[in-house]
Design a protein around this ligand. Structure first.
Ligand code: FES
Length: 130
């Protein structure tokens, strides 16, 4: 069964650095927003190598260089281009809508409450002690 998702505002387009990478946060997750010649793309900010924040890396408009070990990624596809990075970035579906960069995120279903086993009675406690 396909997972439901929803478009959510991530960052106002006017708050994104032109031709650069911008850090944005939503629901305890950090994202890297890239302004490329082909448009805005978004990935998780965590480097796929050892988790450095790519928002502090060097972005040349098409590639992002990790600030920790200089792994290189294509900011449009997420493809790892240079070691030590070998796994792609986790790219996030994004669009521009009414002045916002929006991302398509899975719908978070509320967690189920713990089962109600009824009120605890002294009987069971007494039985356990015997
Ligand atoms: S943490 Fe990014 S290349 Fe190592």
């Amino acid at each position: 069964m396909p997972q439901e998702s929803v478009w959510q505002n991530l960052i106002a387009i006017e708050d994104c650095f032109r031709g650069d990478v911008t850090e944005a946060r939503l629901a305890r997750q950090t994202y890297a927003v890239y302004d490329t010649p082909d448009g805005i793309t978004v990935s998780l900010a965590r480097c796929s190598h050892q988790g450095a924040n790519l928002c502090y890396g060097y972005f040349d408009g098409r590639t992002i260089e990790c600030p920790l070990h200089q792994g290189l990624f294509d900011a449009r596809s997420g493809k790892a281009l240079a070691a030590p990075a070998t796994r792609p970035l986790r790219m996030i579906e994004a669009r521009i809508c009414e002045g916002w960069v929006q991302i398509n995120r899975p719908l978070q279903k509320p967690s189920a409450p713990p089962p109600d086993n009824g009120p605890e009675t002294g009987d069971s406690a007494r039985r356990d002690q015997s």
